[in-house]
Design a protein. Structure first.
Length: 118
């Protein structure tokens, strides 16, 4: 089972991996030094934690995802709707649209998604 509970820093790190995968762990440490100002041990420790959560894998120094970014955030969205709106997607959409008006293009895109069953 994949643990999708990530802190802000872990989520930023995960996004870096998704942007660069597959990536050698040494190169990932260099990216993290540049982007997050991390030392190599920090990169390896956080990577180990995210591998334990089932999101990434480190196979002989090559880091890649076990789940896509889109699927990961989709699971997080499902958990949010389940917790905050008792699993009701219409209740979520209603709450969302009271604060942000949808454009005609967004409405059409949602209609297409519903009709296609995606």
């Amino acid at each position: 089972m994949i643990d999708t509970n990530l802190g802000v820093v872990e989520a930023r790190f995960a996004d870096l991996i998704w942007q660069h995968e597959p990536i050698h762990s040494r190169e990932l440490a260099q990216v993290c030094a540049r982007e997050l100002n991390w030392k190599r041990p920090t990169t390896y420790n956080v990577l180990r934690k995210l591998c334990e959560k089932g999101i990434f894998q480190n196979d002989q120094g090559i880091v890649s995802s076990k789940i896509s970014r889109q699927d990961f955030y989709g699971i997080q969205g499902e958990h949010f709707v389940a917790q905050a709106f008792d699993g009701s997607l219409p209740a979520f959409v209603a709450a969302f649209t009271t604060r942000k008006k949808l454009s005609e293009a967004e409405i059409q895109e949602l209609m297409d998604i519903i009709q296609d069953g995606r």
